[in-house]
Design a protein around this ligand. Structure first.
Ligand code: CDP
Length: 220
């Protein structure tokens, strides 16, 4: 069984999906973390020719698992979980995610991963392209200002040089790239339930979505 949440950067998808996974005892899949991981690996390899690099992605031995409330990503035994959260990776990821061959790699990795357990996954194109037959679809959104404020508060603990203006610029540019790319752009699926989190507390949005899940699906 799979529940998906799509939406723009900083709309609260990952933290909400993780909290729902913990409360319902299901697994969380962070599709953005997989795009960040391949971006990190491309940067670490010295930004080689993209076509060649993507064609060889199947050699990287990517692994992902949700345990102890964390979505872990590893490649060739190297733990990438924290390394993919830097501004350096954030600035490049939407460009990398716009390539069809990179998307095919991540999509087939995800389809394999969800075969065994019940998952709640978050991303941009899960309800429209990757899991178009998902059991339940949500689309989360909030104003750009509110999304930037939230992301800034998260990032400033690990990177004191980051400013609210930088974060707003990064989110605006990623939204623009994600919505306008040719390959599986960010778009609400027609059958997705919209959750606008502007002005809502975290607890309010989690409870609202859990009520909908309980009403529509019988997970027990
Ligand atoms: O957490 P945040 O919303 O900032 O981003 P993320 O979920 O970590 O995703 C990083 C980037 O990966 C996004 O800006 C997209 O460019 C790309 N992405 C995508 O293209 N398709 C997905 N299903 C998930 C992420």
């Amino acid at each position: 069984m799979i529940i998906v949440i799509d939406g723009p950067a900083g709309s609260g998808k990952s933290s909400t999906a993780k909290a729902i996974a913990n409360r319902l005892g299901i697994k969380f899949l962070d599709s953005g973390a997989l795009y960040r991981a391949i971006t990190y690996l491309w940067l670490k390899s010295g930004k080689p020719d993209k076509a060649e690099f993507f064609e060889n992605l199947s050699n990287i031995q990517l692994e992902a698992d949700f345990k102890d409330q964390t979505f872990y990503v590893q490649a060739g035994g190297e733990d990438l979980t924290d390394k993919i959260r830097t501004k350096y990776v954030a600035d490049q990821v939407s460009e990398i995610a716009s390539y069809k061959i990179a998307r095919s790699f991540v999509n087939s990795f995800m389809r394999d991963l969800v075969k065994k357990d019940t998952y709640i996954a978050d991303g941009r194109d899960l309800g429209t392209a990757v899991f178009s037959d998902a059991d339940l679809k949500f689309y989360m959104d909030a104003s750009l200002k509110e999304r930037a404020k939230r992301r800034f508060l998260e990032m400033k603990n690990s990177d004191s040089s980051v400013t609210l203006k930088d974060v707003m610029k990064n989110l605006r540019s990623r939204d623009e790239k994600d919505q306008n790319r040719d390959n599986d752009p960010l778009k609400r699926a027609d059958d997705a339930i919209i959750i606008d989190t502007t002005g809502k507390s975290f607890e309010e949005q989690v409870s609202e979505m859990i009520s909908i899940i309980n009403e529509k699906l019988n997970l027990n």
